[in-house]
Design a protein around this ligand. Structure first.
Ligand SMILES: *Cc1c(COP(=O)(O)O)cnc(C)c1O
Length: 526
């Protein structure tokens, strides 16, 4: 038994002096500072910088000119610095500890990436600069494109999509454009019931009907049920591999053959590519189009809404329908094909449906992804896949006697538990995950995929050490033992030791309270 789990079984926290109920004079809790919003802290007359008074100028805005003060918070520089440092310390981050959020691939972002992304030649370029002055930046885009094509075995790539979901939209719009170019208006998209919510959302956004395909008891797609749904009205399937249960779809070749036999396309959600990068090329599996989350597979910090980058690799048949812009090699260097007229002049057979966004894509993400790829090399990228799978299986092997794996056998890069180990304990998946916060861990992904009851999807990623996984595993073992021993107090209402107690998620979404009230901080915390 490790020191950590001994401490756990010795009992502390809710059993002892109930320190979570202790109040302080300052409202702070140890080093966790309590403070109003920055908008509420400001007062007139304070400033961080001393600027000369603004000279009177005639307004050119007519009636739209500002009439008076707009009430921006006025604060001194130290107030601002402290505010943002405190806010950053409230944020759980991969740089602070293990972040087991399944499907999200919260892996370490090597600092080399950051160093390279901050080189002035990358960080200071402007998308409207003449192309002759940004040849290096275009070469980065082109080189990342080259490696994505090499790693996936698909010959074309659209680099501009800004995230995975945006990549899905790009890929599905290419599929729709390809069908329409043949005068073949199809209506349905097949989506397995374990899919990420963005898959059906994308299909609907493209004007298609979603036809769900059930999964088998072994967590893979039901091939016979899929075949029964196939006809010439099916435009595509959207399949994730490895799927969201953390399992390799071992009948993927048969899926591809069946889909192609009715003239439909195979869209693969490539968010889990980190489990197979360097080991298998999706193009060899019969996949026609797939997005890659550069911010997952190829590191780059993400979460909290961005930034992301979701390039889409495509088969030769779909590549003409990739959006603008894209980089081509011309007589005097690299250049961007940016408009329909450019494309017609380029004569490459392209029939782009327009652009997916302004400018050329997420430049900073391209630089980070390229730094990650080049520093790992081919052998290192293969190790990324091997170690991510090894780590998830280590977690599985050390927890399978106390938690309940949703499926038999080894997993890929993430391990899925259901809540049957909590049966009759009075503790739910939500309680269990909130108790993890008191233990200093970000919870895993919970209640996803939907097909597993009380799902807990755990992805350690390849960047965790055995030591950090052991502390995590010992903690989960301790919590599972507590739940089974009837020690429900530490679960119900958890977290107790975090800056905020459990939020009513429905109320927080529907009636958010955006103001901190100094008179009633406890109420505000509820
Ligand atoms: C993360 C993820 C997405 C969406 O990617 P974003 O970059 O967050 O838009 C889609 N599918 C799966 C399986 C994912 O894990």
């Amino acid at each position: 038994m490790s020191a950590r789990s001994q401490a756990h079984s010795a009992g502390r926290g809710v059993d002892n002096d109930a320190p979570e109920t202790m109040t302080t004079h300052s409202g702070h809790r140890g080093l966790q500072m309590e403070e109003p919003l920055i908008f509420e802290m400001g007062s007139t007359g304070r400033t961080g910088v001393d600027l000369p008074p603004v000279p009177e100028v005639a307004s050119k805005l007519g009636g739209l000119a500002r009439q008076g003060e707009i009430g921006l918070p006025a604060l001194s520089e130290p107030q601002v610095v402290r505010h943002y440092v405190r806010v950053s310390q409230k944020n759980y981050a991969i740089d602070a500890g293990l972040y087991p959020l399944g499907s999200c691939t919260m892996k370490h972002n090597p600092r080399l990436n950051e160093k390279v992304a901050r080189l002035p030649g990358f960080s200071d370029v402007h998308p409207l600069q003449p192309q002759s002055t940004v040849q290096g930046a275009l070469e980065v885009i082109d080189t990342v494109a080259h490696w994505l094509i090499t790693l996936t075995g698909l010959p074309g790539v659209a680099m501009s999509p800004a995230a995975g979901a945006h990549g899905e939209l790009t890929g599905m719009m290419a599929i729709r454009a390809a069908h329409e170019a043949r005068g073949d208006a199809r209506k349905r998209i097949l989506v397995p019931d374990s899919a990420h919510g963005t898959n059906p959302a994308t299909a609907v956004l493209c004007g298609y009907q979603v036809d769900p395909v059930p999964s088998l008891a072994n967590g893979r797609i039901d091939l016979e049920a899929l075949k029964a749904k196939l006809d010439d009205d099916v435009a595509a399937i959207m399949l994730t591999n490895p799927n969201t249960c953390g399992l390799f779809e071992d009948q993927i070749i048969e899926v591809a053959e069946a889909i192609h036999a009715v003239g439909a396309y195979f869209y693969c959600d490539g968010a889990n590519f980190n489990a197979i990068v360097g080991k298998v090329r999706p193009g060899d599996l019969g996949i026609d189009v797939m997005h890659l989350n550069l911010h997952k597979t190829f590191s780059t910090p993400h979460g909290g809404g961005g930034p992301g980058s979701g390039p889409v690799v495509m088969s030769a048949e779909l590549t003409p329908f990739a959006p603008l812009p894209y980089v081509v090699k011309g007589a005097d260097g690299l250049r961007l094909v940016e408009t329909e007229a450019d494309q017609a002049a380029a004569g490459d057979g392209g029939q782009a449906y327009g652009r997916m966004r302004s400018f050329h894509g997420q430049m900073g993400m391209f630089v980070r992804a390229l730094a990650f790829m080049m520093s790992h090399g081919a052998d290192g990228l293969r190790l990324v896949a091997e170690d991510s799978v090894l780590n998830a299986n280590y977690v599985l092997a050390r927890l399978k006697d106390v938690m309940t794996p949703a499926y038999r056998g080894p997993c890929m890069h993430e391990v899925l538990f259901d809540d049957s180990f909590l049966k009759d304990t009075g503790v739910t998946t939500l309680d269990f995950s909130k108790a993890m916060i008191d233990e200093g861990f970000h919870p895993m992904t919970v209640y996803f995929p939907l097909i597993v009851h009380g799902a807990m999807l755990t992805e350690p990623t390849e960047s965790e050490s055995k030591e950090s996984m052991d502390v995590f595993i010992d903690t989960l073992r301790g919590l599972a033992a507590d739940a089974k021993a009837g020690d429900t107090a530490r679960f119900i209402g958890a977290p107790y030791l975090a800056p905020r107690r459990r939020l009513d998620e429905t109320q927080a979404a529907r009636k958010p309270r955006l103001r901190w009230t100094p008179e009633a901080p406890a109420e505000a915390a509820e």
